[in-house]
Design a protein around this ligand. Structure first.
Ligand SMILES: *Cc1c(COP(=O)(O)O)cnc(C)c1O
Length: 431
C-alpha cells in the first residue's frame, strides 16, 4: 500500500488523533517528522531541526544510535515479548541487577512497568500495602510539594500540583492529598529550617493517614522547572523518618544523569524508601519504567495480607525494552558523562546568559543538562514553536518556561546554534 502524501497524512492526523494536552481539532500545527539521527529531527518537508528537548528528557544518547539499534535488532530476533507471570528472562534479570547496583544500596527490589505514570501508581500502592502489612491500614494518603508533576493517571494526578493539574475539574474522583509549599531555597543554597515548617505541620497532624511523602528530588520538572536546595531534601528525609512516613523519590525526569548526578537523590546523599524511574531509562527508544523499593518495603508487603503485591501489567518487563535499557545504561556509564554534563551546564549558562538582560525574561537558570529561561509572561506556544522551527531548532515551551534539555552527545557547536536560536526568538517576544 502506498502511503498517503504528507499533506493528507496531516489531515488524517487532524481528523482522528489526539496529541498531548491538545484539542482534537487544534489550530496549532503539528510538524511531520520523517526520521531522526543524533541530535537532529528531519522533517518530511526537508527541514532539519536541532532538537533541544531530547523527546521530553528521554533521548540522552541522541537518536538512531548504532549500538542501541544493534541491541534492539538482536533482541527482536530472539524475543520481542513474553508474559512475565510465571516466566522470566535475561534482559529483565540483567537490567534489574544493574539498577540495584546503580541506585542507593538499600533499594533491592524492582518492579517493572510500562510508563512513568504507572511507576508512580505502583509506588503509591506499595506504600499503602506496606503500611497495611505493618498494621496501619489507615495510612492511605500522600503528602507532596506544590508545583510537582508525577504523571497523568488518576493516582499520579492526585499528587500533581492542584492548580496546573486542574484538580477542580476532577474534583470528586481524585483522592485528596496533603500539599505543602515548595522549598524557597534554591539548589546550591542551604535551607532555612523554617522552610520545613509546613511539611512538618502536615506530617505531625496527619501522619496516621499519610503513607508517604512523594516528591521530585532537586528538580521539579513539568510543574515549573525549578531547582531546589539539597539541604531541604535531606531534612525532608529526616522528617519522614521521624513521623513514620515513607519517602517516594520520583526520579523519572532526573534519573540517568540529567541533573549532573546519576540520580538527583545523590545531591543530598539520601536513600528514598521507594524510587520511580522511567523516561531516559531506555535512552528514548521504548516505553519502560521501574519502581524500586527497599527490602524492608518488599518483605513487609510479602508478610502482609494478601501476601502479594497487587499489580501486574501485561507488558511488564518487556524484553525488548529491558535489553535496550541495559544497552543505554552501559553506553552512559562507558561515556565520560559527568564531565560531559558539567560542560553542557557551563555552555548553557554561557550561551543563554544574554536572555537574563532582556525585559521579557524573569530569570535564567541551569543545572546539569537543563537550561531554563523563565519569561515574565506566558508565551504563545503555537507562535513561538513556529519561530523556533523557522530558526532551525526544536524547542517546545510551556507557560512561562522556555527550556532546553538536549541529548548528552550534543556538540558545543550544536549547542551554540540551539542557544543562539533561543536568544533570538526570546528577544522577539512581547515584554
Ligand atoms: C514524565 C514524568 C512522569 C510521567 O511519566 P510518563 O511516562 O509520561 O507516564 C512522572 N513523573 C515525572 C517527574 C515526570 O517527569
Amino acid at each position: 500500500m502506498d502511503s498517503p502524501s504528507i499533506q493528507s497524512q496531516i489531515e488524517i492526523d487532524y481528523e482522528h488523533i489526539w496529541h498531548p494536552y491538545s484539542a482534537m481539532h487544534s489550530d496549532s500545527p503539528v510538524y511531520h517528522v520523517d526520521s531522526t539521527s543524533g541530535v537532529m529531527l528531519h522533517l518530511s518537508d526537508g527541514r532539519q531541526l536541532i532538537d533541544g528537548m531530547s523527546s521530553w528528557w528521554c533521548a540522552i544518547h541522541g537518536y538512531n544510535h548504532p549500538k542501541i539499534n544493534q541491541v534492539a535488532e538482536a533482541q527482536l530476533q530472539r524475543m520481542a515479548h513474553v508474559m512475565f507471570g510465571g516466566l522470566t528472562h535475561a534482559p529483565a534479570i540483567k537490567l534489574a541487577e544493574k539498577l540495584v547496583t546503580l541506585t542507593p544500596d538499600a533499594l533491592q527490589s524492582v518492579f517493572f512497568s510500562d510508563s512513568g505514570s504507572v511507576a508512580v501508581e505502583v509506588a503509591m500502592k506499595m506504600a499503602i500495602q506496606y503500611w497495611n502489612a505493618k498494621g496501619e491500614p489507615g495510612k492511605q494518603r500522600f503528602a507532596t510539594l506544590r508545583n510537582g508533576y508525577h504523571g497523568d493517571t488518576l493516582g499520579a494526578m492526585s499528587v500533581c500540583d492542584p492548580v496546573t493539574g486542574m484538580h477542580s475539574l476532577f474534583n470528586s474522583v481524585l483522592s485528596q492529598q496533603y500539599f505543602v509549599d515548595r522549598p524557597s531555597s534554591r539548589f546550591g543554597e542551604s535551607c532555612d529550617p523554617c522552610e520545613l515548617d509546613s511539611l512538618e505541620q502536615v506530617l505531625r497532624q496527619n501522619h496516621r493517614q499519610i503513607a508517604a511523602l512523594i516528591l521530585e528530588p532537586i528538580v521539579q520538572g513539568a510543574g515549573g522547572m525549578y531547582f531546589y536546595s539539597a539541604d531541604y531534601l535531606q531534612r525532608a528525609r529526616e522528617l519522614c523518618d521521624r513521623y513514620h512516613v515513607l519517602l517516594i523519590a520520583d526520579e523519572i525526569a532526573t534519573g540517568f544523569g540529567r541533573s549532573g548526578k546519576l540520580f538527583a537523590c545523590e545531591h543530598a546523599a539520601i536513600t528514598p524508601d521507594i524510587m520511580c524511574i522511567g523516561k531516559a531509562l531506555t535512552g528514548g527508544y521504548l516505553s519502560l519504567a521501574a519502581t524500586l523499593a527497599t527490602s524492608e518495603v518488599s518483605t513487609s508487603i510479602d508478610r502482609g495480607d494478601p501476601g502479594v503485591f497487587m499489580h501486574g501489567p501485561t507488558f511488564m518487563a518487556n524484553p525488548l525494552g529491558c535489553a535496550v535499557a541495559l544497552a543505554s545504561i552501559e553506553l552512559l556509564l562507558e561515556s565520560d558523562w559527568q564531565a560531559r554534563i558539567a560542560r553542557i551546564q557551563q555552555r548553557l549558562e554561557e550561551f543563554l546568559a544574554p536572555c537574563a538582560q532582556m525585559p521579557q525574561v524573569a530569570e535564567v537558570r541551569c543545572l546539569g543538562a537543563i537550561g531554563v529561561v523563565e519569561m515574565k509572561r506566558a508565551v504563545d506556544m503555537t507562535s513561538i514553536t513556529r519561530q523556533f522551527v523557522e530558526a532551525g531548532v526544536w524547542v517546545r515551551p510551556f507557560g512561562r518556561l522556555v527550556y532546553l534539555m538536549p541529548a548528552y552527545v550534543i556538540t558545543d557547536d550544536e549547542l551554540s546554534r540551539l542557544c543562539r536560536a533561543v536568544v533570538e526568538v526570546v528577544a522577539r517576544q512581547a515584554d
